[in-house]
Design a protein around this ligand. Structure first.
Ligand code: AMP
Ligand code: ZN
Length: 492
């Protein structure tokens, strides 16, 4: 079976075919860095991380691009407050200080959730030139008008506007939606370039052919994704709230500028994390929970990752502390099962990372992959992990090797967890598990083309007297016997 995924464009599960054989361009909308990410936002980023890992496992050379929105994202539409400017005012900081602080906080959360860093992380404020150029192309296509100082996209000039969200434009136009911006010809028109600001002290403004101002939010994603992935690419992801406005607007911008259709082949949208009674978790709903809140309550970030993996990305997930405790218990049982397997295994754990398995373990791996091929069905894939580690007929070495292999997608740091459970038992056991975990991390870094990280891991081990040797399909390690050589290796 080949990999299939639900495409919002078409509303069906479709067989995945990349534009260029063997390569995938993947853009996922990133955070607006005016506040901490809440755990609902983090569901979106874990979804993107798992999808990226699945595509890599399927052999694609993936370029994963994520933006950081540090300008232009208004609350509630083109008429709201600028999220960044408002946050900076409330905190008595500059917009860039706020952006830097929450960008760091975001990546700290991502690291704790074992979300691999995208290949390209691009800040909106560093791509204004590209946004102005793209806006110019949209203007040249005849799809814009200027009113009240702003430049608008005229959706009446783009007949495919309703396609992604399956909007009933006529009904909306005749309906009750109140549009506060009187400059718009249609309620769905949106701003490409703002020159009017509610904030007299708006610090971030740039010169443009339409006057001094700043870009609309949607043009950021359209311009940056095309800069790094080309005028047409494979996958674009975000939460379902983005279908109707943000992503519909991005498509209108990109396709009117390039004249190419479809701009993006597969649109992937995750459902919401909801809080009992309060509905969708959002920054304004009151039920705002951060990853740090969970950690302060004694949970591990990976308990939350495990909890997320338990729900299919296209179904709503109800958050509760009881369910999170369930996830914590499940992770503890998993760790203890793995610990038992490691004790019974006839070879060191380090030799099992990356080792091919046959027999029954291979059939668990096959069902794991079949589940992922079926619209990234992670809950079903998790069942294969449990199956292989609990099956008494699978030799412990094979069970561990299969579990580590599956963890390349699940990202539960199973090998590192094993290092923790063997800590204190004996110095060597702990070392073996630690090195095994680092080898997994290095292999992942290499797969993700993060060679700097891979080299750092190799060098830090060398400085401790451990040499890594890459063999086909696996990495071996040995102690460097000669201490002088070891010291020299650390200096090099
Ligand atoms: P924002 O910073 O508001 O642009 O949101 C960042 C990402 O989180 C977007 O992809 C949203 O669609 C997604 N998102 C927002 N709220 C939730 C939620 N409650 N559950 C899942 N995803 C969400
Ligand atoms: Zn976006």
């Amino acid at each position: 079976m080949s990999f299939s995924i639900f495409n919002t464009l078409g509303r069906e599960v479709q067989e995945f075919k990349s534009i260029r054989p063997g390569e995938v361009g993947f853009y996922a909308c990133g955070p607006t860095v005016y506040n901490y990410a809440h755990i609902g936002n983090l569901r979106a980023y874990v979804t993107h991380d798992v999808l990226a890992r699945v595509l890599r496992r399927r052999g694609f050379k993936l370029t994963h691009v994520m933006n950081i929105t540090d300008v232009g994202h208004l609350t509630g539409g083109d008429d709201g407050d600028d999220k960044m400017v408002k946050s900076a005012e409330e905190r008595g900081k500059s917009v860039l200080e706020v952006a830097e602080f929450y960008t760091k906080a975001f990546f700290n959360d991502a690291e704790r959730l074992n979300i691999a860093r995208p290949d390209v992380v691009c800040k909106a404020t560093e791509h204004i030139e590209e946004m102005i150029a793209l806006t110019g192309r949209i203007e040249a296509s005849g799809c814009t008008y200027q009113a009240g100082g702003n430049l608008y996209f005229d959706i009446a000039r783009f007949p495919r506007y309703a396609e992604l969200a399956r909007l009933k434009i006529d009904a909306l136009q005749a309906g009750s939606r109140v549009e506060l911006d009187g400059n718009k010809r249609n309620p769905e028109d949106f701003v490409l370039w703002f020159t009017k600001s509610k904030f007299a002290n708006q610090a971030l403004v740039w010169d443009s052919p339409w006057g001094k101002g700043y870009p609309g939010w949607h043009i950021e994603c359209a311009a940056m994704s095309m800069k790094y992935l080309g005028e047409q690419f494979d996958v674009h992801a975000g939460g379902i709230d983005h279908i109707q406005i943000h992503h519909s607007n991005e498509i209108a911008e990109a396709e009117s500028a390039t004249g190419k259709h479809p701009w993006v082949r597969y649109w992937v949208h995750n459902e919401f994390l909801v809080l009992g009674g309060k509905g969708k978790m959002s920054k304004s709903s009151g039920g705002f929970i951060t990853l740090q809140n969970l950690i302060d309550e004694g949970f591990d970030a990976l308990d939350y990752r495990y909890f997320l993996l338990g729900g299919h990305y296209r179904t709503q997930l109800q958050f509760s502390h009881e369910s999170l405790s369930g996830a914590r218990n499940a992770r503890a049982s998993l760790a203890s099962l793995l610990g038992g397997l490691a004790e019974r295994a006839g070879v060191g754990v380090d030799e099992l990372v990356g080792r091919a398995v046959g027999g029954k373990a291979a059939s668990y791996l096959a069902s794991f992959d079949a589940a992922l091929d079926d619209d990234v069905n992670v809950p079903r894939a998790l069942a294969s992990l449990w199956g292989v580690v609990k099956d008494a007929d699978v030799p412990p070495e094979d069970a561990l090797a299969a579990a580590f292999d599956m963890d390349g997608v699940l990202g539960l740091r199973l090998a590192e967890g094993l290092a923790k459970t063997t800590e204190g038992c004996c110095e060597d056991g702990a070392l073996v598990a630690e090195v095994a975990a680092l080898i997994v991390e290095r292999t992942e870094a290499k797969k993700a083309k993060d060679f700097a990280k891979a080299d750092l891991i190799r060098d830090s081990l060398r400085a401790r007297g451990i040499a890594l040797e890459d063999r086909p399909g696996r990495t071996e390690w040995r102690r460097i016997a000669d201490k002088k050589l070891w010291a020299k290796a650390a200096q090099d």
